[in-house]
Design a protein around this ligand. Sequence first.
Ligand SMILES: NC(=O)c1ccc[n+]([C@@H]2O[C@H](COP(=O)([O-])OP(=O)(O)OC[C@H]3O[C@@H](n4cnc5c(N)ncnc54)[C@H](OP(=O)(O)O)[C@@H]3O)[C@@H](O)[C@H]2O)c1
Length: 300
Amino acid sequence: MTGKVVVITGATSGIGKVAAEKLAGMGARMVIVARDRSRGAATLDGLRSINGSAKHTIHYADLSRLAEMRRVAAEIAAAEPRIDVLINNAGALFGSRHLTPDGLELTFATNHLAYFVVSLGLLDRLRASAPSRVINTSSDAHEKATLDFDDLQSEKAYHGSLGNTLRYGGPGFKVYALSKLCNILFTRELARRLEGIGVTVNCFHPGFVDTRFGDESGGLISWGLRAAKHLAISPEKGAETLVYLASSPEVADATGRYFFQCRPTSPTSQAQDDRAARRLWQESERLSSLVGVLPASPAS
Ligand SMILES: NC(=O)c1ccc[n+]([C@@H]2O[C@H](COP(=O)([O-])OP(=O)(O)OC[C@H]3O[C@@H](n4cnc5c(N)ncnc54)[C@H](OP(=O)(O)O)[C@@H]3O)[C@@H](O)[C@H]2O)c1
């Protein structure tokens, strides 16, 4: 990875932090996107102590807000003439429904739309650096999702039934699951639109990992996740597939795939629905006002 530039979101904690450290250790120059100033500064210090010769940099943004997603992508694009790897990894789960200032449901905005907006904002740099890679952190939680295009902002879903609450610890999990399904559909559609130009796009499930994930979700779900964490794998183990996808020559040509434990695997049939992937793309374009930035096919 020496000489490669890797942009990563959600690198101040958990899976993203370990992956950033490993990739820096392999020689990459890391460009991290952080929300929290003190965790951001500590992460940057850590990267500099691992590999001080690479000029790692940091950009701050709250990736739940459209203006921040766009600004940070523009800032990075202006600062970095080339980007070899983009890792969309920041994510969270919320026990109750919140709206962002853009009127979007918070999980959908943070976990899906930020991946979409940041990727499109850095597209020219990724294209110019081909062969380059985009990696999206998804989850096997997508298996529990129901994709309802009439309720992408989860107005109905958050009013989950008692059954959902008992089964998943609350409707927040179903909403999170939807965002992780969106990660896979987005991966497929972006891969399709970029086919043949040397920019690959893949996603992965890290396993159930002992990170800060869920600590701030609130309610029953935080309690449940905390209780279950003694069964979780370490962040080092959880970051293995991410590091593999970012660095291994074995996956240089793989694109549009979903990985688990460094191997491609099949997500649910819903996550392989290309019509749904196209529709999600159109909805995401509309919601983020990025219509037509990357056409469905080079001719269109
Ligand atoms: N842990 C698991 O078992 C598991 C399983 C499957 C998938 N995943 C996925 O793995 C990814 C990383 O999660 P993790 O387990 O490493 O959790 P984590 O320790 O909570 O890390 C989440 C990262 O995302 C950042 N983030 C969250 N909201 C943000 C926002 N609005 N703006 C900017 N950054 C934001 C956090 O920044 P701060 O430091 O500012 O909070 C942190 O760096 C997520 O996409 C998650 O869905 C996790």
